[in-house]
Design a binder for this molecule. Structure first.
Ligand SMILES: Nc1ncnc2c1ncn2[C@@H]1O[C@H](COP(=O)(O)OP(=O)(O)O)[C@@H](O)[C@H]1O
Ligand SMILES: [Mg+2]
Length: 266
């Protein structure tokens, strides 16, 4: 690190290890960096320019990517990031990603991380971690997706479910109040996300169930990190209310399944 480097904050996994150096970002390279960089290049060839371009890998196990200029919302999430039009722009951007991603053949030899992957698998690479910290905004609209570390093959619906968890958010009111602005109407916002993405009727019918499934996968991910003694995840779990919070979120999803289905389909 030199005096010109600027530490970037946002995520939990690489906290303290992501730096901006001029037009480049340097961060720990994921294990599958070669395959991931090839994917990011292929996305560009398929007209998706809203992701960082890979620039290089250092012998020290770090990767260099282009810096995407704009604003990234960090918790507690500001009002500007949670407006209806911001949400709509996330749905539009995710659709654009999927249209390009579907045209890129998945490298079957690569070891795509299972952490947040769709248990049902799929033929397209999903981002899997479209949380506010991984979306760059310009002029109030989602302009780029970053941090493809957890990308893995899956159904497009899986990526929408994951995105809904973070952007609606699909959280019980008490959990949402901790980091989101007050008054967000989950059912109405889920509909906005589905409409802006252009979700089919069949996928709409399945979405509430897939969000429950995705929440279970996220809980298992946290459990593995905590079980492995990861101090950041241990602290976050304790600060946010432990497993009780996860129980509450999951109960809330089941209790409101009909409401979400109705909001999506009517
Ligand atoms: N290519 C990029 N362009 C712009 N900002 C970036 C880029 N990569 C990372 N950042 C910023 O750094 C923060 C942390 O980086 P990220 O790669 O998401 O780390 P983590 O793996 O810990 O989530 C992001 O939330 C974002 O604010
Ligand atoms: Mg991140």
């Amino acid at each position: 690190m030199t005096a010109e480097d600027e530490a970037l904050v946002g995520g939990m996994v690489n906290v303290g290890a992501v730096f901006r150096r001029g037009e480049l970002v340097e961060r720990p390279a994921p294990r599958n960096a070669r395959a991931l960089h090839a994917y990011l290049l292929a996305l560009k060839q398929h007209r998706f320019d809203a992701a960082p371009a890979p620039v290089g890998l250092t012998p020290g196990g770090r990767e260099q990517l282009t810096f995407m200029s704009g604003d990234v919302a960090l918790p507690p999430f500001p009002d500007w990031a949670m407006t209806s039009s911001a949400l709509e722009s996330v749905g539009i951007l995710l659709r654009r990603l999927h249209e390009s991603s579907a045209a890129v053949a998945v490298d079957a030899r690569a070891e795509w991380p299972r952490d947040l992957a769709d248990p049902e698998g799929g033929t397209m690479l999903c981002h899997n971690d479209v949380c506010p910290e991984n979306v760059v905004f310009r002029d109030g609209r989602a302009a780029a997706l970053i941090d493809f570390d957890l990308a893995a093959p899956g159904r497009s619906l899986w990526d929408i479910a994951m995105t809904a968890r973070y952007w609606v958010p699909m959280l019980d009111p008490e959990s949402a109040a901790a980091v989101y602005p007050p008054g967000l109407d989950a059912a109405a916002r889920l509909r906005i996300l589905a409409d802006s993405y252009g979700l089919s009727a069949g996928d709409r019918a399945e979405l509430p169930g897939v969000i429950e499934q995705a929440t279970g996968v996220c809980r298992a991910f946290v459990a593995r990190r905590v079980g492995g003694g990861d101090p950041i995840y241990l602290q976050a779990l304790a600060e946010r209310g432990g497993w009780e919070r996860w129980d509450r979120m999951q109960t809330w999803l089941v209790d409101h399944r009909q409401t979400f289905t109705a909001a999506l389909l009517n």
